[in-house]
Design a protein around this ligand. Structure first.
Ligand SMILES: [Zn+2]
Length: 112
């Protein structure tokens, strides 16, 4: 049996960072997320990981909610693309979009 039964593709992230941001966003709503494509080496030649598309799958029952959250995320992230729309995590130094309350990398709350 396919262990992915019950999971549906809701979004193709342009890169691993975006995929992690969206996984964090959905995780805040208790949506289980499976990522595919991240870290794959065979079949992708010498492409750097950041240009590999990452598929985001969620349980079928959460597909509509996930899609809605991603739409909101996209609307907000496309509306603001200047450096002021990001915050730097004090713990690990990673950049996070303002739309994210917790660091995508270490889950520390951000902002002041
Ligand atoms: Zn962090």
């Amino acid at each position: 049996m396919n262990r992915l039964d019950g999971f549906k593709l809701v979004y193709r992230a342009a890169n691993a960072l975006e995929a992690h941001v969206i996984r964090g966003l959905l995780g805040q709503h208790n949506i289980q997320v499976h990522l595919f494509g991240e870290g794959l080496s065979s079949g992708f030649g010498e492409l750097p990981a950041e240009v590999i598309e990452v598929e985001i799958h969620v349980p079928t029952g959460y597909r509509q909610l996930a899609r809605q959250l991603i739409d909101e995320y996209e609307a907000q992230s496309s509306a603001v693309d200047d450096p002021a729309s990001e915050w730097i995590c004090r713990d690990c130094g990673e950049k996070n979009p303002l739309t994210l309350g917790l660091c995508w990398n270490c889950q520390q709350p951000g902002g002041d």
